[in-house]
Design a protein around this ligand. Structure first.
Ligand code: IPM
Ligand code: MN
Length: 360
């Protein structure tokens, strides 16, 4: 199979973790005899430095030509006070919109070897296996009007949370399809006791549920969900929620997995004529400028994102399973980075990536 992949390392630890993820991808391509073509593009702070904008037109073009895109991380402290159009994050949001990847799949599971990496009690975390489906191209992140205007005490910042039925319907269907292949349980998370968008959200989800009679649907308010995630995380199978709630809840999910460095994600859009999904693959973590360039970052989120790419964009389930097995094997030998609180000396980013390649 031809695998044309665009890699966007981005900022901070993004370069380090994508290097290991690409190394894994090369090993897979070699072992299963796929023709791998990798192109590299600019996104985020590095793109602002080199071109003046966070999402250069060239990157957008390359992403449209690629079969799948692997992104590292974006964000640098030097841009903290920059205007919106000159922020690294705006590049990523623009890319998600340009690729129309409306469903962000964020699996959160516990690994036996990492039970002690979570600050939560082992018996609470052991057996956790959920997937957060975060709506990714709507809501507060994109709604208009937005901006800051006025002066003095009347200066005013505005963002808009808006959802159309179409936007809710398509991400809900994606989540129900997933639930059907898993434990057939879907929890929709909203704030329908306060927000109009959430009232529409809940109504549409209930309607979509009629097409999936085998899946049990329940609803949680987002504040309660935040609590249930750490009180009783095993109750969750598929969690469906809007953009901002999903952003926040998935960072909380990292506590269950042991470290945010563990979490992969797949941002999925429409099905292409070939039958493959349009996909942008990105670890959940950020650019972590405090540890960038130190060969310390956990590459599992990025490597897990490669596994997701193999599965969703290329339908290569055997290869994807091999990558996931290899990661588990490496975790079992205790070869983990500092974020996972190892008992002995922590492994470096490179050593961890190398170990996964060996295990494959
Ligand atoms: C994430 C990140 C991004 C988001 C940032 C970097 C724009 O936090 O993917 O979770 O908020 O979506
Ligand atoms: Mn986030």
């Amino acid at each position: 199979m031809n695998l044309n992949v665009l890699v966007l390392p981005g900022d901070g630890i993004g370069t380090e973790v994508t290097r290991e993820a690409v190394r894994v991808l090369r090993v897979v391509a070699e072992k299963w005899r796929h023709q791998l073509t990798i192109r590299e593009g600019l996104l985020g702070g590095v793109a602002i430095h080199k071109t003046g904008v966070p999402l250069p037109a060239d990157t957008e073009k390359l992403s449209a030509e690629a079969d799948a895109v692997l992104m590292g991380a974006v964000g640098l402290p030097e841009f903290d006070d920059a205007p919106t159009d000159k922020r690294p994050e705006t590049g990523l949001l623009g890319l998600r919109k340009a690729m129309a990847v409306f469903a962000n799949l964020r699996p959160v599971r516990s690994y036996k070897a990492l039970l002690n990496s979570s600050p939560l009690k082992n018996e609470l975390v052991d057996g956790v296996d959920m997937i957060i489906v975060r709506e990714l191209t709507g809501g507060l992140y994109y709604g208009t009007p937005r901006g800051i205007s006025g002066e003095g005490m009347d200066e005013r910042g505005v963002n808009t949370m808006a959802y159309t039925r179409r936007e809710i319907d398509r991400v809900a269907r994606m989540a129900f399809e997933l639930a059907r292949k898993r434990r057939k349980k879907l929890t929709s998370v909203d704030k329908s006791n306060v927000l109009d968008t959430s009232q529409l959200w809940r109504r549409v989800v209930v309607e979509v549920a009629k097409d999936f009679p085998g899946v049990a649907l329940d609803h949680l308010l987002v504040d309660n969900c935040a609590m249930q995630l750490v009180l009783n995380p095993k109750r969750f199978d598929v969690v469906l929620t809007e953009n901002m709630f999903g952003d926040i809840l998935s960072d909380e999910g990292a506590v269950l997995a042991g470290s945010i460095g563990m979490l992969p994600s797949a941002s999925i859009g429409a099905k292409k004529p070939s039958g493959a999904w349009t996909g942008l693959y990105e670890p959940v973590h950020g650019s972590a400028p405090d540890i960038a360039g130190q060969n310390k970052a956990n590459p599992f989120g990025a490597i897990g994102s490669v596994a997701a790419m193999l599965e969703y964009s290329f339908g290569l389930t055997e290869e994807a399973a091999a990558v996931n097995r290899a990661m588990e094997q490496v975790l079992n030998c205790g070869k983990v980075t500092a974020d996972l609180r190892p008992t002995g000396t922590p492994a470096t980013t490179e050593e961890t990536g190398e170990a996964v390649c060996q295990a494959i």
